[in-house]
Design a protein around this ligand. Sequence first.
Ligand SMILES: *[C@@H]1O[C@H](CO)[C@@H](O)[C@H](O)[C@H]1NC(C)=O
Ligand SMILES: *[C@@H]1O[C@H](CO)[C@@H](O)[C@H](O)[C@H]1NC(C)=O
Ligand SMILES: *[C@@H]1O[C@H](CO)[C@@H](O)[C@H](O)[C@H]1NC(C)=O
Length: 411
Amino acid sequence: MVPPLLLLLSVWLPGDSCRAADIPEDITAEFSVRLYQRLQARGDQDNIIFSPLSVAVALGMVELGARGDTLEEIRQAVGFSQLVPGVEFSLLQNLTTALSEDDAQYVVRFANSLYLQQGVSFSPEFVHLMKKYFRAQVETVDFNQSAVVAQHINHWVENHTESKIRELLSPDDFSSLTRLTLVNAVYFRGSWKNQFRPENTRTFSFSRDDGSEVQTLMMYQQGDFSYGEFSDGSQEAGGVYQVLEIPYEGEDMSMMIILPRQEVPLATLEPIIKGPLLEEWANNVKRQKVEVYLPKFKVEQRTDLKDVLQELGVKNIFSNNADLSGMTDGKDLYISKAVQKAYLEVTEEGAEGAAGSGMIALTRNLVLYPQVMADHPFFFVIRNRQTGSILFMGRVMTPEVVEPIEDFDSI
Ligand SMILES: *[C@@H]1O[C@H](CO)[C@@H](O)[C@H](O)[C@H]1NC(C)=O
Ligand SMILES: *[C@@H]1O[C@H](CO)[C@@H](O)[C@H](O)[C@H]1NC(C)=O
Ligand SMILES: *[C@@H]1O[C@H](CO)[C@@H](O)[C@H](O)[C@H]1NC(C)=O
């Protein structure tokens, strides 16, 4: 009998920003993009939201207990093989610590926990390192009581996500064979540096890539942003697409919006997205006045990481070949489940007191500046501008849909 392990991730992120301090450079951009490419291959018209950094952290936690080929697979897949073995733990620690620093302007919390089966002995060294690098909370539970355990872990996740992620697990996720569960939650909350004024939000038509149209709430502002136009290499109209960087308060974190031309489906742009391109965008956008139309949106996704990670070459940890002997003496452990749940809500986040943010009222007949009109699908990245760490990545194929306003002429 092979005792399965559970690897569970959950992520919450509401509307806004974040930042960091003096930290090393994240080297997982390529891994992040590969994850994205696997996810986008799964559903043509679906929104996507996930946290690449959170996946890297979860894999780091597993890697601590992995040995031999199992360990090498993880290092290769995430991009750690360029580092001296073991340095990745310190890197992940530094990246997450820097992001989690207390700051009045935004909140990022990485909450990692490890649940062990009562009566199974784990290596004290492993538990020690989990606490050291990942500040993981370690608890013993009885997975035989699956309903109790599910409730216990769900409470913990809820507690660390301001109740945005509920019911992450069900009792069916556990069995008497479960020996270890890793839970990884990321919580993010902040405000745009320049908030959108709610009174400028309008009902607007959004054209989906399947040709259909939906009504959405379009936010508007005109202001100074980092902006650039890039070419996808195609001949048509120079293949131009737009990149807009919207900073969060504190300016260490920002959301980059990548928008193809109106007539070009996002699927045409997605294949060119590569790790180095993220850097290129970030380094080549220039500060200037821009008119921004951005729909309100809420994206939520529960991702089965097992399939995706296997496709990226992380296979052993999910099979009988798993060597997790750094965790216990037994060589018969493997991970049976890996789930991430992420949630992102983008709003004006200005609610009260958006005063003094330098926004100008709609002047539609007087377009003097580049206009970013996100009324069709776009790709986005929320990243730390200093380290390059990607906290979230995804796409919006359908924003928040509202009922069309009754048109009197049609009655
Ligand atoms: C992490 O930070 C510590 C303390 O600043 C430093 O000694 C260490 O070299 C850093 N690790 C990496 C991989 O940058
Ligand atoms: C909830 O989290 C806070 C810190 O975020 C902690 O102090 C508190 O003990 C937690 N409560 C439970 C029930 O886990
Ligand atoms: C869990 O249940 C199995 C049988 O269903 C039993 O063999 C095992 O000892 C139980 N484990 C614990 C810790 O109670």
